[in-house]
Design a protein around this ligand. Structure first.
Ligand SMILES: [Zn+2]
Length: 225
């Protein structure tokens, strides 16, 4: 074989290797990406994968797991009421950027996006509920509706309802770059000692209370907008 011929063979081998690499990269990305979904509501369980979010080490709780648990309950409740729901993640191994979250949300045609979180503090007696909004005109009414329903949650310790912090503005890409009204629900403090007890008692009662409150706020908003 001539020198020129050898170069041609190497060029073909190189092209084949590059094509294989490109193909495998496409397949990997495709397997990781969320399934396409069309729905009225996008639920976004906060954190996930390598990002655990806030943790309660005393009760062995991670925010990523609790957020997903609550989100799955909200999905079931909303679907029971006839709403279609898409989720940014459905397992605890998937790491999502804010870009992944709003890009997915914007692909669903949904009317609302609700990002589900639990708050964290070094003070284990701190506990309140709040919601965040990005753009006032786009998000404020959804943030208020979800806040109003979360405010009916029973207090984790003692009697009455959970303490509240008035919804406030937060410059998150998930809120600012999503095309539909969006809010981040900081449902309860996972670091609170009583919340930790309730969330880890194995009954799912606290998670269900939070889910029911989120469902009520979302449905209140959808019925009036
Ligand atoms: Zn969080």
């Amino acid at each position: 074989m001539t020198h020129a011929g050898l170069s041609k063979v190497w060029a073909m081998v190189l092209a084949a290797v590059l094509a294989a690499m490109l193909l495998s990269a496409t397949i990997t990305t495709g397997a990781r990406a969320q399934e396409p979904c069309t729905g009225q509501v996008v639920l976004d369980p906060g954190h996930g994968g390598t990002d655990s979010g806030a943790v309660n080490t005393k009760y062995g709780l991670t925010e990523k797991e609790q957020n997903l648990d609550v989100a799955k309950r909200v999905k079931t409740l909303l679907e029971g009421d006839g709403y279609s729901v898409c989720m940014t993640r459905t397992d605890n191994d998937t790491t999502l950027s804010n870009n992944d979250r709003y890009t997915y949300a914007n692909s669903t045609g949904a009317r609302v996006l609700v990002s589900i979180h639990m708050n964290g503090s070094t003070n284990t007696s701190t506990d309140y509920t709040t919601t965040l909004f990005g753009k006032w005109r786009k998000d404020k009414e959804l943030a208020t509706a979800v806040f109003n329903s979360l405010s009916t949650l029973p207090a984790a310790g003692g009697t009455g309802t959970i303490a509240t912090r008035t919804p406030y503005s937060f410059a998150s890409g998930v809120l600012l770059k999503s095309e539909m009204p969006a809010t981040i629900a900081e449902t309860v403090f996972i670091t609170n000692d009583r919340e930790g007890q309730l969330l880890s008692d194995g009954t799912g009662t606290r998670q269900q209370q939070i889910a029911q409150a989120l469902r009520a706020g979302i449905e209140d908003y959808l019925k009036t907008h």
